[in-house]
Design a protein around this ligand. Sequence first.
Ligand code: FEO
Length: 163
Amino acid sequence: MVISSKINDIINEQINKEFFSSYLYLSMAAYFESINFEGFAHWMRLQSKEENSHAIKFFNYIYERGGKVTLKAIEKPKAEWKSPLEAFEEAYEHEKFITDSIYKILEAAKAEKDYATENFLAYYIEEQVEEENSASNIVEKLKFINENRNGLMQMDAKLGKRE
Ligand code: FEO
């Protein structure tokens, strides 16, 4: 069954949000590079790549369902944060916003009895649980570290090992 124009549009919007997420995390990577936290920067670069893959997965899905993708302008992300904690708090807030956005697509799909989209979204719902959890864990650790230099260096080394 061809995707409805409503679901097509809402997924199109989501593609933009995923690309914005990729851009935002790349901007956070740039910020971390600028303050010489290469491990945090590495973590953000990988997160940026993941967001790009989320966007492409939605992109492919629209075509699998006979729809059409229209790419939109990507908003300019913020470039400076006061501290690693502030950056990760924003990343966590952003992920909650994305989760909410995925839930709205799910509600629209349910309302239309678009079971294929409902099924497709399961991947994102699971992914959001993981993403919120990892961002919130880092926030909690950074709060605990409370700007202590040694703690920050250790955290930087740890996040630099993300694969
Ligand atoms: Fe694509 Fe971080 O949600």
